[in-house]
Design a protein around this ligand. Structure first.
Ligand SMILES: Nc1ncnc2c1ncn2[C@@H]1O[C@H](COP(=O)(O)OP(=O)(O)O)[C@@H](O)[C@H]1O
Ligand SMILES: [Mg+2]
Length: 388
């Protein structure tokens, strides 16, 4: 936009101004030639845009017509036209060395032509130095602009690429999740379809299978219900709560189930002054999921220990059990959607926990020793504002 404004509007106006000045000041050698050369120069600038393929030829016409124009006008003001032309070439040819050489080449010609109509005295000799230095400054400024522009473009490209990669990852994950869910739902559906078809076509009595069919329907219901938990809650639902209060709620919800399975929930090291911004219900769900897994992992009676501590400006919650443990090779799978080792499992509990924890800016880690137990460690950034 500014490029075109400069070369297609300002430059022609300046050329017309020089023609007018040269004729008015009676410096012109030949009025007709001046106008003709001015038109040739401006036309070549426009032609270059239309025929970029012939750049070299058109650029030669531009330089030659400018030199002749300068010679005919006999005005030093043509220097500005040389500088504008030089700046245009600098954007087109790139490179400092080439730019400096071109600048010196153009200013060299300018000097020769200027000497042809001005007497050589100390003033004009010093003016030559000034002209060369000006061209050098122009080359460096334009080079700086080109460099900054290039860096900006590289950054923009990198950002675009990153966004693209992120979107690709997201789509891949979405595809995997959708395929997983479809696969999980298809199995019970096929079973139910088989029973119904059998009953319809062969008048087969499926009454003894009602419980199985119902349990398969329940499983699908559970799967879709849990799958929905993946959605990110509205930001407005986040409020500052004490984690201690959240864990107390979790314990009150899970204690009876643990006791009826012969286990004890032990809450130690609690710090009631750790606050984080959380979606309370989702956070409760995270720990209920972990405790349910712990209960299911313990064949014999044992303790489920919950610790809450502050480590380096983070709230840390540990949920440990004395269960069967997880094999080293399986540790990397447990956060994958639909990975389960249980006959009635959905494999969505831990991925959902991880998603909720990440939505809260936290992270979850696991360590496990076979036949001794498993510990899940969750870290959250603390909210510095104490609401009370
Ligand atoms: N506390 C634990 N002890 C042993 N294994 C566990 C524990 N928690 C999770 N796991 C393993 O991780 C798998 C995935 O857990 P999860 O995502 O909650 O799905 P699900 O409970 O439906 O199987 C479980 O099937 C189990 O093999
Ligand atoms: Mg589970």
């Amino acid at each position: 936009m500014f490029f075109r404004l400069m070369y297609h509007i300002v430059l022609p106006i300046y050329v017309v101004f020089v023609i007018f000045s040269s004729i008015t000041l009676e410096r012109s050698q030949n009025d007709f030639f001046i106008i003709l050369l001015g038109i040739l120069f401006i036309t070549s600038i426009y032609l270059e845009r239309i025929y970029p393929r012939y750049f070299i030829y058109i650029a030669t016409i531009e330089i030659v017509s400018l030199l002749l124009f300068h010679f005919t006008t006999q005005l030093n003001w043509c220097f500005t036209i040389y500088i504008i032309l030089l700046s245009k070439f600098l954007f087109q040819i790139r490179g400092v060395i080439k730019g400096v050489l071109l600048g010196f080449f153009l200013i060299g010609f300018y000097t020769v032509i200027r000497i042809s109509y001005t007497p050589v005295d100390s003033y004009s000799v010093l003016a030559v130095g000034s002209d060369f230095l000006t061209s050098l400054a122009v080359v460096l400024i334009i080079q700086y602009i080109i460099e900054t522009e290039r860096e900006k473009n590289v950054l923009k490209e990198e950002k675009k690429l990153e966004e693209l990669r992120y979107n690709e990852d997201k789509m891949k994950l979405l595809g995997e999740m959708a395929a997983g869910l479809a696969h999980e739902i298809r199995n019970p559906l096929t079973i139910i379809q088989g029973f119904l078809q059998h009953a319809k076509e062969d008048h087969y009595n499926i009454q003894p299978w009602y419980d199985l069919i119902l349990s398969e329907v329940c499983r699908m219901n559970k799967l879709t219900f849990e799958f929905l938990q993946f959605s990110k809650p509205d930001v407005s639902l986040y409020q500052t709560h004490s984690i201690h209060e959240c864990l107390e709620r979790v314990i009150s919800l899970t204690e009876s189930k643990a006791l009826s399975s012969g286990h004890q929930i032990v809450f130690t090291d609690y710090d009631p002054n750790l606050f984080i911004r959380m979606y309370f219900d989702k956070m409760v769900q995270v720990f209920v999921n972990l405790i349910n897994n712990a209960i299911q992992a313990m064949v014999e009676s044992g303790n489920i220990t919950i610790r809450l501590l502050k480590v380096e400006n983070k709230a840390v919650v540990e949920v440990s059990d004395m269960g069967v443990g997880i094999e080293e090779a399986d540790l990397k799978n447990i956060f994958n959607p639909f990975y389960t080792t249980k006959s009635d499992g959905t494999g969505l509990g831990l991925p959902i926990c991880q998603k909720i924890i990440q939505d809260h800016g936290g992270a979850i880690e696991v360590t496990s020793i076979l036949k001794q137990g498993t510990t899940f460690t969750i870290r959250f950034p603390l909210n510095s504002v104490d609401p009370h």
